[in-house]
Design a protein around this ligand. Structure first.
Ligand code: SAM
Length: 321
Protein backbone atom coordinates (compact mmCIF):
# COMPACT_ATOMS: atom_id res chain seq x y z
CA UNK A 1 0.00 0.00 0.00
CA UNK A 2 1.43 3.41 -0.96
CA UNK A 3 0.64 6.11 1.60
CA UNK A 4 1.70 9.77 1.74
CA UNK A 5 2.48 12.02 4.73
CA UNK A 6 -1.18 12.92 5.13
CA UNK A 7 -2.12 9.24 5.23
CA UNK A 8 -3.61 9.41 1.76
CA UNK A 9 -3.47 6.41 -0.51
CA UNK A 10 -5.00 5.61 -3.85
CA UNK A 11 -8.11 3.52 -3.43
CA UNK A 12 -10.46 5.02 -6.03
CA UNK A 13 -9.58 4.64 -9.69
CA UNK A 14 -11.35 6.53 -12.46
CA UNK A 15 -10.65 5.14 -15.86
CA UNK A 16 -11.54 7.13 -18.96
CA UNK A 17 -12.56 4.69 -21.69
CA UNK A 18 -12.43 7.32 -24.40
CA UNK A 19 -12.05 11.06 -24.68
CA UNK A 20 -14.84 11.08 -27.26
CA UNK A 21 -18.20 12.48 -26.19
CA UNK A 22 -21.58 12.89 -27.84
CA UNK A 23 -22.14 16.15 -25.91
CA UNK A 24 -20.17 19.38 -26.01
CA UNK A 25 -21.00 20.81 -22.59
CA UNK A 26 -20.16 24.50 -22.20
CA UNK A 27 -18.12 23.84 -19.03
CA UNK A 28 -16.11 21.06 -20.67
CA UNK A 29 -15.27 22.30 -24.18
CA UNK A 30 -15.06 25.84 -25.49
CA UNK A 31 -16.22 25.76 -29.07
CA UNK A 32 -19.24 23.51 -29.21
CA UNK A 33 -17.38 20.84 -31.16
CA UNK A 34 -18.07 17.32 -30.05
CA UNK A 35 -15.08 15.50 -28.74
CA UNK A 36 -13.08 12.93 -30.62
CA UNK A 37 -11.18 9.96 -29.32
CA UNK A 38 -7.61 10.85 -28.26
CA UNK A 39 -4.67 9.55 -30.29
CA UNK A 40 -3.62 6.01 -29.50
CA UNK A 41 -6.32 5.16 -26.99
CA UNK A 42 -5.79 1.88 -25.15
CA UNK A 43 -7.84 -1.08 -26.25
CA UNK A 44 -10.16 -2.99 -23.93
CA UNK A 45 -7.61 -5.68 -23.12
CA UNK A 46 -4.95 -3.10 -22.19
CA UNK A 47 -7.39 -1.18 -20.00
CA UNK A 48 -8.49 -4.29 -18.17
CA UNK A 49 -4.84 -5.24 -17.55
CA UNK A 50 -4.13 -1.77 -16.17
CA UNK A 51 -7.02 -2.05 -13.76
CA UNK A 52 -5.81 -5.49 -12.63
CA UNK A 53 -2.24 -4.21 -12.17
CA UNK A 54 -3.42 -1.17 -10.23
CA UNK A 55 -5.43 -3.38 -7.89
CA UNK A 56 -2.30 -5.47 -7.21
CA UNK A 57 0.25 -2.64 -7.12
CA UNK A 58 -1.72 0.13 -5.50
CA UNK A 59 -4.53 -1.36 -3.49
CA UNK A 60 -7.29 0.04 -5.65
CA UNK A 61 -10.63 -1.18 -4.32
CA UNK A 62 -13.12 1.01 -6.18
CA UNK A 63 -13.31 1.68 -9.90
CA UNK A 64 -15.40 4.21 -11.75
CA UNK A 65 -15.72 3.83 -15.52
CA UNK A 66 -15.98 7.25 -17.13
CA UNK A 67 -14.79 9.34 -20.05
CA UNK A 68 -15.49 11.26 -22.34
CA UNK A 69 -18.71 9.38 -22.69
CA UNK A 70 -17.98 5.76 -21.74
CA UNK A 71 -21.13 4.33 -23.34
CA UNK A 72 -20.04 5.76 -26.68
CA UNK A 73 -17.03 3.47 -26.76
CA UNK A 74 -17.41 -0.08 -28.09
CA UNK A 75 -14.90 -1.02 -25.37
CA UNK A 76 -17.57 -0.41 -22.74
CA UNK A 77 -19.33 -3.68 -23.65
CA UNK A 78 -16.17 -5.65 -22.88
CA UNK A 79 -14.72 -3.63 -20.02
CA UNK A 80 -17.79 -3.31 -17.80
CA UNK A 81 -18.42 -7.08 -17.45
CA UNK A 82 -14.67 -7.73 -17.06
CA UNK A 83 -14.22 -5.12 -14.32
CA UNK A 84 -17.28 -6.51 -12.55
CA UNK A 85 -15.42 -9.84 -12.26
CA UNK A 86 -12.34 -8.40 -10.51
CA UNK A 87 -13.69 -8.73 -6.96
CA UNK A 88 -13.66 -4.99 -6.31
CA UNK A 89 -15.49 -3.44 -3.36
CA UNK A 90 -17.29 -1.08 -5.70
CA UNK A 91 -17.71 -0.51 -9.42
CA UNK A 92 -19.61 2.41 -10.85
CA UNK A 93 -20.12 4.22 -14.13
CA UNK A 94 -20.50 7.92 -14.90
CA UNK A 95 -22.51 8.68 -18.03
CA UNK A 96 -24.47 11.50 -19.58
CA UNK A 97 -27.28 8.96 -20.01
CA UNK A 98 -27.90 9.55 -23.69
CA UNK A 99 -27.05 5.97 -24.67
CA UNK A 100 -28.47 4.30 -21.58
CA UNK A 101 -31.68 3.11 -23.33
CA UNK A 102 -29.49 1.30 -25.90
CA UNK A 103 -27.10 -0.15 -23.30
CA UNK A 104 -29.58 -0.82 -20.48
CA UNK A 105 -29.60 -4.61 -20.90
CA UNK A 106 -25.81 -4.81 -20.89
CA UNK A 107 -25.59 -2.57 -17.81
CA UNK A 108 -28.27 -4.45 -15.89
CA UNK A 109 -26.95 -7.89 -16.86
CA UNK A 110 -23.41 -6.96 -15.80
CA UNK A 111 -24.60 -6.81 -12.19
CA UNK A 112 -23.64 -3.13 -11.79
CA UNK A 113 -25.32 -1.74 -8.67
CA UNK A 114 -24.55 1.99 -8.90
CA UNK A 115 -24.49 4.54 -11.67
CA UNK A 116 -24.06 8.32 -11.87
CA UNK A 117 -25.94 10.18 -14.56
CA UNK A 118 -24.99 13.76 -15.37
CA UNK A 119 -28.01 15.98 -15.86
CA UNK A 120 -27.85 19.75 -15.53
CA UNK A 121 -31.47 20.67 -16.18
CA UNK A 122 -35.01 19.34 -16.70
CA UNK A 123 -35.72 22.04 -19.27
CA UNK A 124 -35.26 20.78 -22.85
CA UNK A 125 -34.09 24.16 -24.21
CA UNK A 126 -31.59 24.72 -21.43
CA UNK A 127 -30.45 21.12 -21.88
CA UNK A 128 -29.52 21.79 -25.50
CA UNK A 129 -27.87 25.09 -24.67
CA UNK A 130 -25.62 23.46 -22.04
CA UNK A 131 -24.93 20.05 -23.62
CA UNK A 132 -25.13 21.47 -27.18
CA UNK A 133 -26.38 18.08 -28.25
CA UNK A 134 -28.49 15.17 -27.08
CA UNK A 135 -32.10 14.80 -26.07
CA UNK A 136 -33.46 15.27 -22.56
CA UNK A 137 -36.36 12.79 -22.96
CA UNK A 138 -33.92 10.01 -23.89
CA UNK A 139 -31.87 10.63 -20.74
CA UNK A 140 -34.99 10.60 -18.56
CA UNK A 141 -36.11 7.36 -20.18
CA UNK A 142 -32.70 5.82 -19.47
CA UNK A 143 -32.89 6.87 -15.82
CA UNK A 144 -36.31 5.18 -15.48
CA UNK A 145 -35.02 1.96 -17.06
CA UNK A 146 -32.14 1.75 -14.60
CA UNK A 147 -34.30 2.73 -11.65
CA UNK A 148 -36.87 0.07 -12.50
CA UNK A 149 -34.04 -2.48 -12.61
CA UNK A 150 -33.09 -1.48 -9.03
CA UNK A 151 -29.80 0.33 -9.69
CA UNK A 152 -28.82 2.99 -7.17
CA UNK A 153 -28.65 6.23 -9.13
CA UNK A 154 -26.96 9.51 -8.39
CA UNK A 155 -27.52 12.51 -10.62
CA UNK A 156 -24.69 15.01 -11.06
CA UNK A 157 -25.64 18.61 -11.75
CA UNK A 158 -23.27 21.53 -12.31
CA UNK A 159 -25.21 24.66 -11.26
CA UNK A 160 -24.18 27.78 -13.19
CA UNK A 161 -25.27 31.36 -12.60
CA UNK A 162 -27.68 32.67 -15.25
CA UNK A 163 -27.62 29.27 -16.94
CA UNK A 164 -29.37 26.70 -14.81
CA UNK A 165 -29.45 27.79 -11.18
CA UNK A 166 -33.26 27.94 -11.55
CA UNK A 167 -33.09 24.15 -12.11
CA UNK A 168 -31.67 23.39 -8.67
CA UNK A 169 -35.05 23.04 -6.97
CA UNK A 170 -36.87 21.25 -9.84
CA UNK A 171 -34.03 18.74 -10.15
CA UNK A 172 -33.95 18.23 -6.39
CA UNK A 173 -37.71 17.53 -6.37
CA UNK A 174 -37.35 15.16 -9.33
CA UNK A 175 -34.64 13.24 -7.47
CA UNK A 176 -36.33 13.19 -4.05
CA UNK A 177 -39.52 11.83 -5.62
CA UNK A 178 -37.55 8.95 -7.14
CA UNK A 179 -35.17 8.08 -4.30
CA UNK A 180 -32.22 9.38 -6.33
CA UNK A 181 -29.40 11.29 -4.62
CA UNK A 182 -28.71 14.58 -6.39
CA UNK A 183 -25.15 15.83 -6.25
CA UNK A 184 -24.35 19.40 -7.12
CA UNK A 185 -20.83 19.88 -8.45
CA UNK A 186 -19.39 23.36 -8.02
CA UNK A 187 -18.13 24.56 -11.37
CA UNK A 188 -14.48 23.56 -11.56
CA UNK A 189 -11.86 25.80 -13.06
CA UNK A 190 -10.75 23.15 -15.54
CA UNK A 191 -9.73 23.19 -19.20
CA UNK A 192 -10.74 26.29 -21.15
CA UNK A 193 -12.33 27.84 -18.03
CA UNK A 194 -8.78 28.47 -16.75
CA UNK A 195 -8.35 31.12 -19.41
CA UNK A 196 -11.77 32.70 -19.44
CA UNK A 197 -13.95 34.84 -17.20
CA UNK A 198 -16.69 32.21 -17.46
CA UNK A 199 -15.68 30.33 -14.34
CA UNK A 200 -15.96 33.42 -12.14
CA UNK A 201 -19.17 34.71 -13.71
CA UNK A 202 -20.94 31.34 -13.67
CA UNK A 203 -19.58 29.91 -10.41
CA UNK A 204 -22.48 29.15 -8.06
CA UNK A 205 -21.21 28.35 -4.58
CA UNK A 206 -22.16 25.73 -2.05
CA UNK A 207 -23.61 28.44 0.21
CA UNK A 208 -25.76 29.79 -2.62
CA UNK A 209 -27.03 26.28 -3.36
CA UNK A 210 -27.84 25.72 0.32
CA UNK A 211 -29.58 29.11 0.60
CA UNK A 212 -31.77 28.28 -2.36
CA UNK A 213 -32.67 24.83 -1.01
CA UNK A 214 -33.43 26.24 2.45
CA UNK A 215 -36.19 28.37 0.88
CA UNK A 216 -38.09 25.11 0.27
CA UNK A 217 -36.65 22.39 2.52
CA UNK A 218 -35.28 21.87 6.00
CA UNK A 219 -32.08 19.86 5.99
CA UNK A 220 -29.13 18.90 8.17
CA UNK A 221 -25.57 17.81 7.48
CA UNK A 222 -25.36 14.01 7.21
CA UNK A 223 -22.44 11.63 7.63
CA UNK A 224 -20.26 10.87 4.62
CA UNK A 225 -17.35 8.43 4.26
CA UNK A 226 -14.06 10.13 5.26
CA UNK A 227 -12.70 10.15 1.70
CA UNK A 228 -15.99 11.26 0.14
CA UNK A 229 -15.78 14.21 -2.19
CA UNK A 230 -19.33 15.25 -1.39
CA UNK A 231 -20.73 17.06 1.62
CA UNK A 232 -24.00 15.20 2.29
CA UNK A 233 -27.25 16.62 3.58
CA UNK A 234 -30.45 14.94 4.71
CA UNK A 235 -33.93 16.32 4.20
CA UNK A 236 -35.65 14.34 6.95
CA UNK A 237 -38.29 12.02 5.57
CA UNK A 238 -37.55 12.97 1.95
CA UNK A 239 -33.98 11.89 1.21
CA UNK A 240 -30.44 13.10 0.71
CA UNK A 241 -28.48 15.42 -1.53
CA UNK A 242 -24.77 16.19 -1.78
CA UNK A 243 -22.51 19.02 -2.85
CA UNK A 244 -19.08 18.44 -4.34
CA UNK A 245 -17.69 21.78 -3.22
CA UNK A 246 -14.27 21.80 -4.82
CA UNK A 247 -13.74 25.44 -3.96
CA UNK A 248 -15.97 26.14 -0.97
CA UNK A 249 -15.01 23.02 0.97
CA UNK A 250 -11.97 21.42 -0.69
CA UNK A 251 -11.39 17.74 -0.03
CA UNK A 252 -7.75 17.55 -1.17
CA UNK A 253 -6.52 16.40 2.25
CA UNK A 254 -8.57 13.21 2.09
CA UNK A 255 -8.54 12.64 -1.68
CA UNK A 256 -7.90 9.01 -2.63
CA UNK A 257 -8.55 9.38 -6.35
CA UNK A 258 -6.32 8.22 -9.14
CA UNK A 259 -7.08 8.65 -12.82
CA UNK A 260 -6.06 6.83 -15.98
CA UNK A 261 -6.68 8.64 -19.26
CA UNK A 262 -8.00 6.88 -22.32
CA UNK A 263 -4.52 6.86 -23.85
CA UNK A 264 -2.92 5.27 -20.81
CA UNK A 265 -1.54 8.11 -18.68
CA UNK A 266 -1.76 8.10 -14.91
CA UNK A 267 -2.83 11.30 -13.09
CA UNK A 268 -2.64 11.71 -9.31
CA UNK A 269 -4.46 15.03 -9.04
CA UNK A 270 -7.03 17.00 -11.03
CA UNK A 271 -5.16 20.22 -10.26
CA UNK A 272 -1.90 18.91 -11.66
CA UNK A 273 -1.35 18.12 -15.33
CA UNK A 274 1.66 15.90 -14.50
CA UNK A 275 1.08 12.41 -15.85
CA UNK A 276 2.90 9.09 -16.22
CA UNK A 277 2.87 6.94 -19.32
CA UNK A 278 1.58 3.44 -18.54
CA UNK A 279 2.04 2.05 -22.02
CA UNK A 280 5.64 1.14 -21.18
CA UNK A 281 4.34 -0.73 -18.13
CA UNK A 282 2.00 -2.68 -20.39
CA UNK A 283 4.95 -3.98 -22.39
CA UNK A 284 6.58 -5.53 -19.30
CA UNK A 285 6.02 -9.00 -17.84
CA UNK A 286 3.86 -9.09 -14.69
CA UNK A 287 6.50 -8.77 -11.92
CA UNK A 288 8.41 -5.96 -13.63
CA UNK A 289 5.16 -4.23 -14.55
CA UNK A 290 4.06 -4.23 -10.90
CA UNK A 291 7.40 -2.82 -9.71
CA UNK A 292 7.36 -0.08 -12.36
CA UNK A 293 3.77 0.75 -11.58
CA UNK A 294 4.56 1.16 -7.89
CA UNK A 295 7.24 3.72 -8.77
CA UNK A 296 4.70 5.58 -10.89
CA UNK A 297 2.14 5.50 -8.09
CA UNK A 298 4.66 6.97 -5.61
CA UNK A 299 5.28 9.85 -8.03
CA UNK A 300 1.59 10.38 -8.73
CA UNK A 301 0.76 10.49 -5.01
CA UNK A 302 3.35 13.27 -4.58
CA UNK A 303 1.46 15.28 -7.21
CA UNK A 304 -1.62 15.64 -5.03
CA UNK A 305 -2.41 19.07 -3.64
CA UNK A 306 -2.84 19.48 0.09
CA UNK A 307 -4.90 22.58 0.51
CA UNK A 308 -7.38 23.86 -2.01
CA UNK A 309 -8.53 23.01 -5.46
CA UNK A 310 -6.78 25.13 -8.10
CA UNK A 311 -8.00 23.49 -11.25
CA UNK A 312 -5.85 22.89 -14.32
CA UNK A 313 -5.84 23.41 -18.07
CA UNK A 314 -6.39 19.65 -18.41
CA UNK A 315 -9.77 18.91 -19.96
CA UNK A 316 -11.95 16.68 -17.80
CA UNK A 317 -12.92 14.37 -20.62
CA UNK A 318 -9.28 13.41 -21.25
CA UNK A 319 -8.58 12.29 -17.75
CA UNK A 320 -11.96 11.02 -16.66
CA UNK A 321 -14.38 13.30 -14.87
N1 SAM B 1 -19.69 11.83 -20.14
C1 SAM B 1 -19.85 11.43 -18.78
C2 SAM B 1 -20.83 12.33 -18.06
O1 SAM B 1 -21.30 13.31 -18.65
O2 SAM B 1 -21.14 12.04 -16.91
C3 SAM B 1 -18.58 11.27 -17.99
C4 SAM B 1 -17.52 12.32 -18.15
S1 SAM B 1 -17.93 13.91 -17.52
C5 SAM B 1 -16.38 14.74 -17.82
C6 SAM B 1 -17.96 13.60 -15.80
C7 SAM B 1 -18.51 14.69 -14.95
O3 SAM B 1 -17.63 15.81 -14.96
C8 SAM B 1 -19.87 15.21 -15.35
O4 SAM B 1 -20.76 15.07 -14.27
C9 SAM B 1 -19.63 16.65 -15.66
O5 SAM B 1 -20.72 17.43 -15.31
C10 SAM B 1 -18.41 16.96 -14.82
N2 SAM B 1 -17.65 18.12 -15.28
C11 SAM B 1 -16.97 18.27 -16.44
N3 SAM B 1 -16.38 19.49 -16.49
C12 SAM B 1 -16.70 20.11 -15.32
C13 SAM B 1 -16.38 21.38 -14.75
N4 SAM B 1 -15.63 22.26 -15.39
N5 SAM B 1 -16.87 21.65 -13.53
C14 SAM B 1 -17.63 20.76 -12.85
N6 SAM B 1 -17.95 19.55 -13.34
C15 SAM B 1 -17.49 19.22 -14.55
Amino acid sequence: MIVDQLGRQFSNLRISLTAACNYACTYCVPDGKRLLAADAELNAEEMIRIVRLLIAAGGISKVRITGGEPLLSPKFDEILPAVMQLGLKDVSVTTNGQLVPRKADLIINSGLRRINVSLDTLDADKFRSIARSGDLATVLKGIELLRNAGLKIKINMVPMRHKNEDQILPLLDYCLQRGIELRFIELMNMGHLQHSALHDTQFFSMQEILDLISSRHTFARADAPFDSTAARFEIPGDGFFGIIANESEPFCRTCTRLRVSSNGFLYGCLSNSKSYDLREVLRLPEALALAKLQQRLHSALRDKQTVSFRGEVTVMKFIGG
